[in-house]
Design a protein around this ligand. Structure first.
Ligand code: NCD
Length: 322
């Protein structure tokens, strides 16, 4: 065991704060989170130790399925000595099933914990929880088709770790850009830095909302909507692939038509990308990333992105709760 971390510098920007949208971050807050995430990596790999969340109880309230976000938050709390209460599927397994309101649920749970991490199927419900909770921070772990700010933190951290910068980047973002909340937060993050440009490729009915494009463009992010991969430049720093979000479709036959519209293969990455293009995906993938790419040195979806998710969440919780 190496050095023991017993305290961190209190954060002006994050202490006791809820995390509801990516729009509340700025460059200096991201720098603070990323540099602590580097230290958290050392703790998670046991080069150092820290129990700075000892005595804290975090509730994970997940109305929608999750593998990575749930487990990495849970692991993050435990890595730092805290404890969790996991409430999965509250619509069936909590008093919500008896007719209790969302508001009363939040009011009740906040009495038992130091923070609530919330995943909900409806956009805006993190804000709603934030308005109801009076004593604990709320962390948005995905609100319907709205946002997923902590995923964007780990995505940006991964890009930064590989490229050593978050400006002058050229990226390609592909898939369900209408419903994919990770993309909505990621693009807001990229808009905080100078000279970033992103090419957007989506099926016609799943394009990103005009209003978000306008907001991002106003913030200085250059966005280009394209209709095929051949229109993307060949020197992208990253490709960010996403799945078509089946759970957002009322007509499943329409989903089936769009599901395999854009599939990334090694051949495509070799042809339209270059040897330094990072291949990213928030996961889960449902057929849109060829397995041949898993061992490709450019692929970070099953490696760095997953691990960075835990380091980033450790850092964020430490900055909010200590
Ligand atoms: C994403 C989500 O839930 O929005 N998953 C995740 O948290 N890594 C992406 C997705 O479900 O497609």
């Amino acid at each position: 065991m190496g050095q023991k971390i017993t305290s961190i510098k209190p954060s002006k920007n994050l202490r006791d704060k809820s995390i509801l949208s990516f729009n509340q971050f700025d460059q200096s807050t991201l720098k603070e989170i990323f540099s602590l995430a580097m230290k958290m990596k050392a703790i998670a790999t046991k080069a150092q130790t820290s129990k700075i969340l000892t005595g804290k109880i975090i509730i994970l309230l997940f109305y929608e399925p999750s593998t990575r976000t749930l487990s990495s938050f849970d692991a993050a709390v435990k890595q730092l000595g805290g404890q969790t209460i996991v409430i999965n599927n509250p619509s069936e397994l909590s008093s919500i099933a008896k007719g209790e309101t969302f508001e009363d649920t939040i009011k009740t749970l906040e009495a038992y914990c130091d923070a609530i991490i919330l995943r909900h199927s409806k956009e805006g419900f993190s804000e709603k929880a934030g308005a109801v909770a009076s004593s604990v921070p709320i962390i948005n772990a995905g609100d319907g088709i709205g946002e997923h700010p902590t995923q964007a933190l780990l995505d940006l951290f991964t890009i930064w770790d590989h490229k050593k910068r978050l400006e002058n980047l050229r990226g390609l973002v592909v898939g369900d850009l209408l419903n994919g909340r990770t993309v909505h937060s990621l693009l807001q993050g990229l808009s905080l830095y100078k000279n970033n440009e992103v090419y957007l490729l989506a099926p016609k009915d799943l394009r990103i909302k005009r209003k978000l494009i306008e907001k991002l463009t106003k913030n200085g992010l250059a966005l280009f909507e394209i209709n095929s991969l051949s229109q993307a430049p060949d020197n992208c720093d990253f490709w960010y692939w996403t799945r078509i979000q089946r759970e957002r479709f009322t007509d499943l036959s329409k989903y089936k038509v769009l599901k395999n519209k854009f599939i990334v293969t090694k051949k495509l990455l070799d042809k339209f990308g270059d040897e330094k293009t990072l291949l990213m995906h928030p996961l889960p993938r449902t057929g849109e990333v060829d397995k041949d790419l898993d061992k490709d040195i450019r692929s970070v979806y099953l490696k760095d992105q997953i691990r960075n998710g835990m380091y980033i969440r450790m850092a964020l919780l430490a900055l909010i709760l200590t």
